[in-house]
Design a protein around this ligand. Sequence first.
Ligand SMILES: O=C(CO)[C@H](O)[C@H](O)COP(=O)(O)O
Length: 227
Amino acid sequence: MADYLIAPSILSANFARLGAEVDAVLEAGADVVHFDVMDNHFVPNLTIGPMVCKALRDHGVTAPIDVHLMVQPVERMIDSFAEAGASIISIHPEATMHVDRSLQQIRDAGCKAGLVFNPATPLHHLDYVLDKVDVILLMSVNPGFGGQKFIPATLDKLRQARQRIDESGYDIRLEIDGGVKTDNIAEIAQAGADMFVAGSAIFNEPDYAKVIAAMRRELASVAHSKK
Ligand SMILES: O=C(CO)[C@H](O)[C@H](O)COP(=O)(O)O
C-alpha cells in the first residue's frame, strides 16, 4: 500500500451516476472508496446501505471500500457490509454497547476494523482495544454532512493518536475525515494522518485527477520533509 492513501468520500458524488463517479475518481488516482453510511438516528442524515456497496462490487469496483458506519446499533450492519464487499468497516464507540466485541466481529467477518472518534470523543476509548484496531479514524467535522469546515483542534488530537500508534508498534492507519482540502492536507499529514478522506474537495471540482494530483504534491512535500 502507498504511504499516504487518498479516499474520496462518495457522499459528495452524483448519486444518479454512482458507478461512473467511482470509476472516474479511481481512474483519477484515488486509492480507496470512502463509503458513508448514515441512519438519521446516530447522525442527522440518511444515505446508503449494503445493497449499494454490493452494486459497486458488481459494477466492477476492485479498490478497497472503506465503510464508515454512522448507524446505531452497528451489529447487523457489520455482517451485511462484509457480505456486500466492504474492505474496512469503522464504527463509533458511542454506537455500540460492546466496542471490543464489535471490533472482533468486523475482523471475524474478514474486514479491517476501524474505530471512529467524533470531534469531542476522547481517545481513551482506544485504551484496551488497540490490538483489535486496524484504522483509527478521526472526524474533523461533526458527522452527518459533507462540505463542512475542518475543526483545528483535530490537529492536536492527530498528534496524540500518532504517538499512541507509534508507541504501540501496531500496524494501524490514521485516517482523517472532514474538511480536508488541497490547502490543508500537508498540515494534516504533518500532524500524523496517513489516510485522507475528501468529499467536496474532489467531487465539487470538474477535474478529479487535477485535485488528487495537487493533494499528492502536497503530501510528497511532507514525506520529503520527514526524511
Ligand atoms: O463522514 C462525512 C460526514 O459525516 C464525510 O465523509 C466528510 O464530511 C467528507 O466530506 P468533506 O470532505 O466534504 O468534508
